[in-house]
Design a protein around this ligand. Structure first.
Ligand code: SAM
Length: 240
């Protein structure tokens, strides 16, 4: 429990409602005051990354990293709540990547693409394929819509260990479970293999798409990257 929610738990609903506009105003002033700092931090981080790109280093991007900071990778996310100082770059990836074409060797993202709308996802994928060097690879790891739907029909759905893992044991019906899968955590669009392949082909018909298993890859740089057993749908996309 955060300090904020602990303090909040002492307040009545009425007090919370009364002070809500004040809280919003304070937050707005705060974001206004830190905006120049964030702007210069972004410029500084972009400069540092540009220097790495111009060195002989193998450039690897970990996108929508959350708190999964990978050593030797450029870790990017737009969540400044808890990790602004640890990220290599705070960036809204639905607008694409701010790097030159043909400058990146590997891209990894886990449980990220389903947080973008279809259009944002296509902008993102197009931008990844643009910044990759020819022969460069994007590895995409995500939940599989086919499994989500299958679990709706599974009569033992309540025994699924992920319910306990994600504190979802309160779920009473399979309808509630499938709705949560679609709507919670900022999910915008869930994929099965057919849909993922279609969206990748829409942005680059010449890309080579390979299905992979969790943790396994022909590229040593892409082995053992997944952090979740729920990463079931995994593909590597090689730029032609
Ligand atoms: C479910 S978390 C996955 C984090 C990490 N990859 C993992 O597997 O633990 C999704 C992450 O995507 C990030 N994200 C969502 N939309 C984003 C956007 N438009 N630009 C950058 N990051 C975004 C969120 O901030 C969050 O950290």
């Amino acid at each position: 429990m955060s300090v904020y929610s602990y303090l909040k738990s002492f307040q009545s609903e009425e007090t919370q409602k009364k002070y809500y506009p004040l809280k919003v105003s304070i937050l707005k002033v705060f974001y206004f005051l830190v905006a120049p700092f964030r702007f210069f931090l972004t410029l500084h981080n972009l400069y540092k990354i540009k220097k790495r790109i111009h060195s002989k280093e193998v450039i690897k991007l970990n996108l929508g990293c959350g708190t999964d900071y990978k050593e030797g990778w450029i870790n990017i996310d737009n969540n400044s709540d808890y990790n602004i100082s640890k990220l290599d770059l705070n960036w809204n990836l639905s607008r694409g990547l701010p790097f030159p074409a043909n400058s990146v060797d590997f891209i990894f993202n886990e449980h990220f693409l389903e947080h973008l709308s279809v259009e944002q996802g296509k902008v993102f994928l197009k931008s990844c394929l643009k910044v990759l060097k020819p022969g460069g690879v994007i590895r995409i790891a995500m939940p599989d819509l086919a499994k989500t739907v299958a679990s709706y029909y599974d009569e033992h759905w309540k025994e699924n260990p992920s319910l306990k893992k994600f504190n979802l044991t309160f779920i009473k019906t399979r309808a509630e479970k499938i709705n949560i899968s679609f709507r919670w955590w900022g999910h915008q669009w869930l994929y099965d293999y057919e849909e993922l392949e279609r969206r990748i082909r829409e942005v680059d018909s010449s890309a080579i798409i390979t299905k992979c298993n969790n943790g396994k890859s022909d590229y040593s740089e892409l082995c053992g990257l997944e952090t979740r057993d729920e990463s079931i749908l995994i593909v590597e996309v090689t730029k032609g």
